[in-house]
Design a protein around this ligand. Structure first.
Ligand SMILES: *Cc1c(COP(=O)(O)O)cnc(C)c1O
Length: 339
């Protein structure tokens, strides 16, 4: 049996880049001598914490909404999220003049609620709908609203337009640093790594792509080992952007085909990496945004140092690292890096 084709191609990522041109920030590629000395590699950090809304999710959301038909635009978009996807949809919708309905849990962090409402301000038909996550089913709420109002649901990762949009982060990185040997990307539901792997292998076929997820939420690592999507309970980790229970029907086959392996890091390693970014590179990075860097740079990280992983040696290699986001409540941030 021939495997079914992957959900997206390099052409889709390039088309997304054209839609995002002049709308998304072309984020900088940061470097650090200290990080290079520590690993013996040359590291190139793609700074998506400096993207609009503070995370790469703007790329996928805007790429999806920009392809709505006139009827879809008039009716509006619906998304459920308490995190960066909510803000990405709300801002993209406002930029495109599309009403947005965002379904968030009642106990979502007030700062995230306020940011989402701020992006919706002045947009007729846009609203946040709160639900009780202990007694109500958000999928049911979403389905009812979508049916009543004719809204189009855009999921946070398992959608070809979202995946292609996220891939533009790697596309830009490889345009700026064409001769990368490896690319390391965090994994939640897999939208970012799927898009980035398609872009990276398309532009540079010999590259190796590694995924990194929280130790407590190693569903993708388990899924690769089993050869099918494994579902886990919501993991307890400070990496709240990667608290997904399973990868997607569209993202998983891409990961299987194009990702060399998925590794894990724990919360202590994430905190040490947040401190490194703050102290050495003067960057505020949220815990989830540190996953890929922690695997490579933390002294106990699975990709740090020679001989750690099947004799893998980073010395002299040119390694791209996606820094995925920087949205963290400041009080929480101070607690984590100060503790
Ligand atoms: C959503 C998110 C992730 C995980 O992305 P997936 O596409 O679900 O794998 C990682 N980091 C940040 C900051 C995010 O917002």
């Amino acid at each position: 049996m021939t495997p079914s084709p992957l959900a997206i191609t390099l052409d889709d990522v390039q088309a997304a880049a054209a839609r995002l041109a002049g709308v998304a920030h072309r984020t900088p590629v940061l470097t650090s001598h200290t990080a290079n000395d520590r690993t013996g590699a040359q590291l190139f950090f793609k700074g998506e914490h400096l993207q609009r809304i503070g995370a790469f999710k703007f790329r996928g959301a805007y790429n999806a909404l920009a392809q709505f038909s006139p009827a879809q635009r008039r009716a509006g978009v619906i998304a459920f999220s308490s995190g960066n996807h909510a803000q990405a949809i709300a801002l993209s919708a406002r930029l495109l003049g599309i009403p947005s309905v965002i379904v968030m849990p009642q106990d979502a962090p007030p700062a995230k609620l306020a940011a989402t409402r701020g992006y919706q301000a002045g947009q007729a038909g846009s609203e946040v709908i709160l639900y009780d996550r202990y007694t109500e089913d958000r999928e049911a709420i979403g389905r009812r609203l979508a049916a009543e109002r004719g809204l189009t649901l855009i999921p946070p990762y398992d959608h070809p337009h979202v995946m292609a949009g996220q891939g533009t982060a790697a596309l830009e990185l490889l345009q700026d640093v064409p001769d990368l040997d490896a690319l390391v990307v965090c994994v939640g539901g897999g939208g970012l790594i799927a898009g980035c792997a398609v872009a990276a292998h398309g532009l540079r076929p010999g590259i190796t792509v590694w995924g990194v997820e929280p130790e407590a939420g190693d569903d993708t690592q388990q899924s690769l080992a089993r050869g099918e999507i494994v579902h886990i309970d919501t993991p307890r980790t400070i990496a709240d952007g990667a608290q997904t229970q399973h990868s997607g029907q569209l993202t998983f086959p891409v990961i299987q085909a194009l990702v060399r392996g998925v590794l894990t890091v724990n919360d202590d390693q994430l905190v040490r990496t947040m401190r490194f970014f703050a102290e050495r590179m003067k960057q505020v990075v949220e815990p989830t945004g540190c996953l890929a860097a922690a695997a490579v740079m933390d002294p106990d990280g699975p990709l740090c140092g020679p001989g750690t992983l099947a004799g893998l040696d980073w010395r002299g290699q040119r390694v791209g690292i996606i820094v995925s986001g920087g949205n963290v409540d400041l009080g929480r941030y101070a607690q984590l890096i100060g503790g």
